[in-house]
Design a protein around this ligand. Structure first.
Ligand SMILES: Cc1cc2nc3c(=O)[nH]c(=O)nc-3n(C[C@H](O)[C@H](O)[C@H](O)COP(=O)(O)OP(=O)(O)OC[C@H]3O[C@@H](n4cnc5c(N)ncnc54)[C@H](O)[C@@H]3O)c2cc1C
Length: 424
């Protein structure tokens, strides 16, 4: 594979596919080098036997802010069904093992805008603080630690004391969440890869970026006029991809200011008819007592299925991932037991289990990145074209306001393609 083309794209995740779509529309020759054996990256639908072979998204599952999400019209125009997950969702919140009452539910609802307003107030002088400062500023608010646990570790995969409040505010997602029927990963391979030249099992190992760009792989070298690198900041920080000359200091600093958070998905399949007295597609959480305490929310019986799936995020996710699958499942069962008692052990004994492992995927190394306090601008810096657009970075880490999502990955890939086209 010793080739000479106009643009070489590293990575066939959503950002790489977005870049390739824009290059193809512009009629420019390009190739995508993908280290793994499949396209989609963190958009990956599996069909685990442990869950009866149903489709299951190991990574992205929702089109967030669906009315404005650039992937929504692609799905709609292709005739795909988008499931209205928010509308069919039931919700149960618990305090000390009992469901909350109506006045507590009202207080919980009111806590979210209050928390956002407190964050804005802390940022109004133009500075930045760790997200944990918001709950500290709301010391008398009994629900603030719960909102923090959701917004930090659960949604952004980052612990509140190491996560930039400004980064959170710049990327806080509103709007509707839709689920493409059959899974986001399946949608990506079905609708976004057709006709593209993707070389699988072809990791880029070294990128020389001089007057021309030379990308080395175990299968040979690709020479191009411009390059778009879409690997995660975890892969960039690992040094698995060498750059010659070394990247500019501001780019290297940006990579280190955007470490990977971790989110683990755990699914437990019921072995009998008990559904814990919950409706289908029911979101379950509990009140968190203090800032920094972890929360493991569950979606129980999603789309009427016979399993529950839970999320563990942030530092606890890294710790449990190191401890192994049994520790992750024990943690999930412990959380469920605290809400539903010993029937949980009978219900899930011998049922199938699934645990995701984004921590140990060498081509990802985490779930998605977050900015350290004071470093929200790192995303803009990483997205800046280098060497007049001959070298460009893209991916979920490079987009605002859709950081950490497939929408952000797609848009950043397209922006990088525009920069590469300008370089041609
Ligand atoms: C558990 C979890 C849940 C999520 N939930 C959602 C959600 O509900 N909605 C949402 O919008 N987003 C969600 N996300 C985030 C979303 O999946 C990502 O933001 C998005 O898929 C990232 O795309 P990307 O192209 O930037 O990176 P990637 O998907 O990581 O693509 C990069 C590609 O580069 C390849 N690669 C790495 N190194 C090399 C190399 N040296 N040479 C060649 N190729 C290489 C990788 O194999 C990969 O295919 C979730 C992610 C996770 C992990």
């Amino acid at each position: 594979m010793n080739e000479d083309i106009e643009v070489v794209v590293i990575g066939a995740g959503v950002a790489g596919l977005g870049a390739a779509a824009a290059l193809r529309a512009a009629g420019r020759s390009h190739v995508i080098l993908e280290a793994s054996g499949r396209a989609g990256g963190r958009a990956w639908t599996a069909y685990p036997a442990a869950l009866g072979g149903v489709w299951f998204d190991m990574g992205a599952i929702w089109f967030h802010d669906a009315e404005n999400n650039p992937l929504t019209p692609i799905a709609r125009n292709a005739g795909d069904t988008l499931l209205r997950s928010d509308e069919i969702r039931g919700e149960r919140t618990y305090i000390d093992g009992r469901p909350i009452n109506a006045s507590e539910a009202r207080a919980y609802d009111a806590a979210w805008p209050r928390y956002a307003a407190a964050a804005e107030a802390l940022l109004k002088d133009g500075g930045d603080v760790p997200l944990s400062a918001v709950a500290q500023a709301l010391a008398d608010d009994r629900w603030a630690p719960t909102v923090e646990a959701w917004e930090g570790p659960v949604i952004c995969a980052a612990d509140a004391d190491t996560f930039s409040t400004r980064d959170w505010r710049r990327n806080a997602l509103g709007g509707l969440n839709l689920v493409p029927e059959g899974g986001v990963g399946a949608f990506v391979t079905r609708r976004l890869t057709a006709g593209l030249d993707i070389r699988f099992d072809t990791p880029a190992t070294r990128i020389e970026w001089g007057e021309r760009v030379k990308v080395e792989t175990p299968a040979g070298t690709v020479t191009a006029k411009a390059c778009i690198v879409t690997v995660s900041t975890g892969v960039l920080a690992s040094g698995a991809l060498a750059f010659d000359p070394a990247l500019p200091a501001e780019t290297r600093d940006a990579v280190h200011a955007l470490p990977m958070g971790l989110a683990i998905k755990v699914a437990l399949r019921a072995n009998g008819p008990d559904r814990l007295d919950l409706p289908g597609h029911c979101s379950v959480d509990r009140q968190v007592a203090r800032s920094g305490e972890s929360l493991m929310p569950f979606q129980c019986w999603p789309f009427g299925r016979d399993y529950v799936q839970g999320w563990i995020g942030g530092g606890l996710a890294w710790t449990l991932a190191k401890a192994g699958e049994a520790a992750v499942i024990d943690h999930a069962l412990g959380e469920l037991r605290a809400l539903f008692g010993g029937r949980v052990d009978r219900l899930f004994a011998g049922g199938g289990t699934l645990v995701t492992h984004w921590d140990s995927d060498p081509w990802v190394r985490g779930a998605y990145c977050y900015a350290l306090p004071g470093h929200a601008a790192a995303r803009d810096i990483l997205a800046r074209p280098i060497a007049d657009g001959r070298l460009n970075f893209a991916g979920e880490g490079c987009n605002v306001p859709y950081a950490g999502t497939v929408a952000g990955a797609w848009l950043s890939g397209q922006a990088a393609a525009r920069a590469a086209l300008a370089a041609l």
